[in-house]
Design a protein around this ligand. Structure first.
Ligand SMILES: Nc1ncnc2c1ncn2[C@@H]1O[C@H](COP(=O)(O)OP(=O)(O)OP(=O)(O)O)[C@@H](O)[C@H]1O
Ligand SMILES: [Mg+2]
Length: 464
């Protein structure tokens, strides 16, 4: 049964909620404040967190943020006071799974918790489904398979490079799966997702009292990966100050926890990945050359999909079979026109973009064949690099407002067009990576996703 963590400073509320959820069959743990909650999360596999917003010491929002950084797959439900719509919106923006306003109906809360538990379970299954096979028979992919086969069972560090969505994570998992470490953990760290000042404690752990908020001690990812594989994703984003410490840990296989004096030794196989040009970062002084050479013992470069288009038919077939089964449909293939369109397109988001499109196409297909006409127009229009610069169009140039439309309507439409253009371009420039596109646009990832939905833009990014 799912495990729910209830966080509230009021004993009575904790008692009532705990009793109610236990009656439903949930496992329940309670915490009186944010610190306690984080301590529980560190020790116990929790499936859903329900937290009050207003609490002394650490607010529900801060707890939400910290939980998101450290336990990104655990959904958090926020309980907000009646009438404070703002804080509810804020909670959602900060990544809360959902919110409930006080006073709430028990039924309502039960429903939201059940929904969150289900979402968590699906997420977990997805992570396992990520053990998908590598598909592709092009010469460049064959070369990748060869390297993977050769290095999988060696202790050598592997550096996987390639644009977003080219399968870097898949290759990392494949290497782990084929090594003798396969029964030990594969620990992934997304260096781009960890706040700068938390990178060290995340990687190396910390001792009690190392900094404000370190109420207990915690092992870092290096320790968790002992005997197994540590996958440092988006290694290009790791702060320069941390690179020295990382280099030492790699070279000597030893390190200290933050605030600790004991030197810890671990046996870890390292795989790193990035879609950045590390050589350029080195030239900019943002990446240490010595670390680069330590990581790139075995470099694996994944080709962008546009450079291995002969794999598209195979991939299409693979994804149709995958989603046909998962979605319980009876789709068999794409027609010739569709295949031609797919072959002609530039795929800035690479395989992830193709996979998302195939999932959607299978979902919406009426019969056994996905027809060319059913594919989004954008596939025919958008060839990478062909975007019209906004300056050349001007905000009014982009719209064809029907005459007689109100000013408000025209402005709304122009804004939508402009947003679409800016978002489309940011996505193109980041190879379809929503997180980075959001950074570039200086909006949150959540609101970018909402906007993309509103504007009917193609989504990207499976995880993170
Ligand atoms: N060769 C392949 N065969 C089948 N599926 C693939 C292949 N390569 C990638 N995929 C699928 O495409 C999606 C994106 O792959 P992955 O997450 O490994 O990309 P990535 O290079 O790590 O991207 P990012 O830089 O954005 O993190 C995943 O769903 C993965 O299963
Ligand atoms: Mg990745």
């Amino acid at each position: 049964m799912p495990h729910v963590l209830i966080v509230d400073d009021e004993l009575n509320i904790r008692r009532v909620l705990a009793a109610m959820l236990k009656r439903e069959g949930y496992e329940v743990t309670t915490a009186a404040d944010g610190e306690q909650a984080l301590a529980v999360l560190q020790k116990t596999p929790v499936h859903v967190v329900v937290t009050d917003l207003v609490m002394p010491r650490m607010s529900g929002l801060v707890l939400l943020e910290r939980a998101q950084a450290e336990f990104p797959d655990v959904p958090v439900i926020m309980i907000t006071a009646h009438g404070t719509v703002d804080s509810a919106v804020q909670a959602l923006k900060a990544g809360a799974f959902d919110y409930i306003t006080k006073p709430f109906e028990q039924e309502e809360l039960k429903k939201v918790i059940a929904k969150a538990a289900r979402a968590h379970e699906l997420e977990r299954q997805n992570v396992h489904a990520a053990a998908a096979p590598l598909v592709g028979a092009s010469p460049s992919m064959r070369q990748v398979y060869e390297i993977v086969a050769k290095v999988a069972d060696s202790p050598s560090t592997v550096l996987i490079t390639g644009e977003s969505g080219t399968g870097k994570e898949l290759v990392a998992r494949e290497i782990h799966r084929r090594s003798s470490r396969r029964d030990k953990p594969l620990i992934k760290v997304n260096c781009a997702a960890i706040p700068k000042d938390l990178v060290e404690s995340e990687l190396f752990g910390y001792e009690k009292g190392a900094f404000t908020g370190a109420v207990g001690s915690k092992p870092g990812r290096f320790e968790l990966a002992d005997g197994g594989t540590l996958f440092l994703d988006e290694i290009g984003e790791i702060p320069v100050e941390m690179q020295v410490k990382l280099l030492r840990a790699l070279q000597e296989s030893e390190f200290e926890r933050v605030g600790g004096i004991r030197t810890l030794k671990v046996d870890v196989r390292l795989i790193a990945a990035t879609n950045r040009d590390l050589k350029a970062l080195i030239a900019d002084g943002r990446f240490r050359e010595d670390l680069y050479y330590r990581l790139a013992v075995v470099p694996v470069g994944l080709p962008p999909l546009r450079d291995r288009k002969d794999d598209i038919p195979l991939l299409v077939e693979h994804f149709i079979a995958k989603y046909d089964q998962r979605l319980g449909k009876k789709v068999e293939r794409v027609d010739d026109e569709a295949l031609q369109t797919l072959l002609a397109y530039g795929w800035p988001g690479n395989i992830r973009e193709l996979e998302n499109l195939m999932e959607r196409s299978v979902l919406f297909a009426d019969g056994p064949v996905i027809e060319g006409a059913s594919l989004p127009d954008a596939l025919r229009e958008r060839t990478p690099g062909a975007a019209t610069p906004i300056a050349a169009v001007g905000p009014l140039g982009a719209i064809a407002a029907p005459s007689g439309a109100s000013m408000k309507e025209i402005v709304r439409q122009a804004q939508a067009e402009l947003e679409k253009e800016l978002i489309g371009r940011a996505l193109e420039e980041t190879g379809g990576n929503v997180t980075r596109a959001a950074k570039r646009l200086q909006i949150s990832r959540k609101s970018l996703q909402v906007k993309m939905k509103e504007l009917g833009l193609r989504g990207g990014e499976g995880e993170e």
